[in-house]
Design a protein around this ligand. Structure first.
Ligand code: R5P
Length: 297
């Protein structure tokens, strides 16, 4: 039977896109809050015996986690054969160890919570830094979609003479792959983070790249401080205004305005979190990953 895809609030566009790419059906559901703030969830489509896919990107996860877990529990309660989760942005990946005594290792706890309710997981470039694989965090099978090839295609189509710039060592994994696909050169800078909004970047000698368009690539743009400090460093080094590409458009608080004000040529993100900067569509590779759990790989 064809999968039944439900969009949690705010995920309708991707759910529709996936349904069309997978020749699947979009399920009808009702989500709302009771006056006291508790969540109300109702599945209007019949899920009995069906393979259910929940689409819920997990930026600002605290408000989303309970409706998601209730929906997964409800689908199983009503007889769904399997319940999978497409969370293009996977939350709670950065607090992956106890940096200070007494801190919660929330990536582990969140992984345990989600794994209790869903049978499989598809996500896009999760922030795997100190963990080698999602299997260390999630007890259910998962597939990771890599945005790099699609980002490379976008760069090839839109930027003349790009030089890719990774703001820190962690970004090298994305930057080197994107650069490889786009047949473009790349440099990686050195970042030190002293606090949530206190970031320092060391820019190497960029004389060779003066006539190139710098293209910053990072996985997450959250406070945008990493990008902002990099933009300023490149400007100081005499480079032209850069194009900033982030996989996940988290943009906490005033981050988007702050980054624009830093003097960038353009800000571009993938559609893992719906945002006005989305220009790179990952529906197809996400659909391919989902089909692996629905016997259509
Ligand atoms: C860091 O490890 C990540 O790859 C990003 O560089 C970081 O999350 C960006 O955060 P922010 O936008 O707050 O500087």
């Amino acid at each position: 039977m064809i999968p039944l895809i439900f969009a949690l609030p705010g995920n309708e566009a991707l759910a529709e896109g996936l349904a069309s790419a997978l020749a699947a059906e979009v399920g009808q559901a009702e989500f709302r809050r009771f006056p006291d703030g508790e969540s109300y969830v109702r599945l209007l489509s019949d899920v009995e015996g069906r393979s259910v896919v929940l689409v819920d990107t997990l930026a600002e996860p605290d408000d989303k986690a309970l409706p998601l877990l209730f929906t997964a529990a409800l689908a199983k309660d009503l007889g769904a054969s399997r319940v999978g989760l497409v969370a293009p942005y996977l939350a709670y990946m950065r607090q992956d160890r106890r940096f200070h005594p007494g801190e919660a290792v929330t990536s582990t706890y969140f992984g345990r919570l989600v794994s209790r309710w869903v049978d499989w997981l598809v996500t896009v470039d999760p922030h795997l830094h100190r963990r080698a694989s999602l299997d260390e965090i999630y007890a259910v099978p998962s597939r990771i979609v890599h945005a790099a090839p699609v980002i490379s295609d976008w760069i090839v189509e839109n930027i003349e003479r790009p030089v890719l710039v990774g703001p820190d060592r962690e970004s090298e994994q994305w930057v080197s792959t994107v650069a490889g696909h786009a047949a473009a050169p790349y440099i990686v800078l050195t970042k030190s983070r002293h606090g949530d909004r206190d970031v320092e970047i060391a820019v190497p000698d960029v004389e060779t790249w003066r006539d190139y368009t710098p293209v910053l690539v990072d996985d997450i743009i959250s406070t945008a401080q990493t990008m902002i400090v990099t933009v300023r460093g490149l400007e100081k080094a005499g480079m032209p205004a850069p194009v900033c590409i982030g996989v996940h458009a988290v943009f906490a608080g005033s981050a988007l305005g702050d980054l624009r004000a830093a003097g960038v040529a353009r800000i571009v993100t993938c559609n893992t979190i719906p945002h006005e900067t989305n220009a790179i569509d990952l529906t197809e590779p996400i659909a391919k990953a989902v089909s692996a759990f629905n016997g259509r790989d």
